[in-house]
Design a protein around this ligand. Structure first.
Ligand code: DAS
Length: 325
């Protein structure tokens, strides 16, 4: 059985350099994938790697266009008996969004693992090569399949649905909610905290021909109905409100969103708070709202876009997709 892993490189800090071990202002996306592949061999790791450079940019510039390229490359790799799994090197800023978009649109029978770094490759204490070696260890493991897309950072692995960046600079920047890490990993060890729960699952959504316009509104003290009217004037196909606490919002804002939901624009209540559920409230039925449950606003937007692109736009169907683990 093939042990070869395909590595799709997109850039980010993991491929960044500053030209100095102590400078703070590094440039992301400076190192090509061949360098990583040869560094892994230099470490004595004998996993065969095929590197492919998809882009070499900071992840603030990654969106549906690069997702589409990744999706196409990974789909071919998943169908290729010569490829055992796929690693994607990625900036950490939007890695959770790329991971979730791919998670919802790929089957689960082979490992697909994102990896990044918080320190540039030439920074003192750089975490990039270790994270990459960990990703190789993880993606080489048969039990990494059947869990959806994974992300490896700082000796821990997370599921795409759970993972989020929770710190701007620390090497320990990633958290999972509602599940925290699902494995501990090092270049020479791997400990899963439980069995695969999505074995041989088909892709949940087909890749959309176009991503419908869905906006996120961030709740803030003093937010008014005018803020909602402004957003709706641009005619989004759906809206996510990053609400207070459990998805709350000022009364005039709620009324404006009720009108929107009743006029056929799906409204998802998420939270601007990092952790905790946004559960359904009794009024959600009458309001026509969807509760994002454990999904944060950025990922709620992606799930709503895929639902809308697949033709689902009623609150019950959308709610069922948010409820599914
Ligand atoms: N340079 C930023 C990015 O590409 C941060 C990072 O990679 O960690 O997302």
């Amino acid at each position: 059985m093939s042990r070869t892993l395909l590595v799709l490189a997109t850039g980010g800090t993991i491929a960044g350099t500053a030209g100095s071990a102590i400078r703070r202002d590094y440039r992301p996306g400076q190192i090509g994938i061949e360098q990583f592949v040869s560094q892994i061999a230099d470490l004595g790791i004998d996993t065969p790697l095929i590197g492919k450079q998809i882009a070499n940019i900071g992840s603030e510039n990654i969106g549906p266009e690069i997702w589409a390229t990744l999706h196409e490359e990974i789909s071919s790799a998943l169908a290729d008996p010569e490829i055992a799994g796929v690693i994607i090197t990625h900036g950490t800023d939007t890695a959770e969004e790329t991971a979730f978009a791919l998670d919802l649109t790929l089957p689960t029978h082979k490992p697909v693992v994102l990896v990044g770094a918080m320190r540039a490759a030439d920074a003192v204490g750089s975490d990039g090569l270790r994270n990459f070696a960990n990703a190789v260890r993880l993606a080489s493991d048969r039990d990494a399949a059947g869990r959806g897309v994974l992300m490896v950072m700082g000796d821990r692995a997370f599921a795409a649905r759970d993972v989020r960046k929770a710190h701007t600079e620390s090497v320990d920047a990633f958290r999972g909610f509602p599940r925290d890490a699902i494995a501990m990993v090092s270049p020479s060890s791997l400990e899963w905290f439980g069995a695969p729960w999505r074995a041989d699952e088909a892709a949940r959504f087909v890749w959309p021909e176009h991503w419908p316009k869905v906006d996120i509104l961030f709740a803030h003290a003093g937010m008014s109905a005018k803020d909602v009217a402004h957003a709706l004037a641009a005619e989004p196909a759906g809206v996510v409100i990053a609400g207070f606490g459990t998805g709350n919002m000022p009364d005039p804002v709620r009324s404006a969103f009720v009108d929107a939901a009743h006029s056929g624009v799906p409204v998802v209540r998420a939270s601007r708070v990092d952790e905790g559920l946004v559960d359904r409230e009794p009024e959600d039925d009458a309001n026509g709202f969807v509760a994002a449950r454990a999904i944060g606003p950025a990922k709620a937007r992606i799930l709503l876009q895929l639902l809308l692109a697949s033709g689902a736009n009623d609150a019950a169907t959308i709610q069922a997709a948010f409820d599914r683990r």
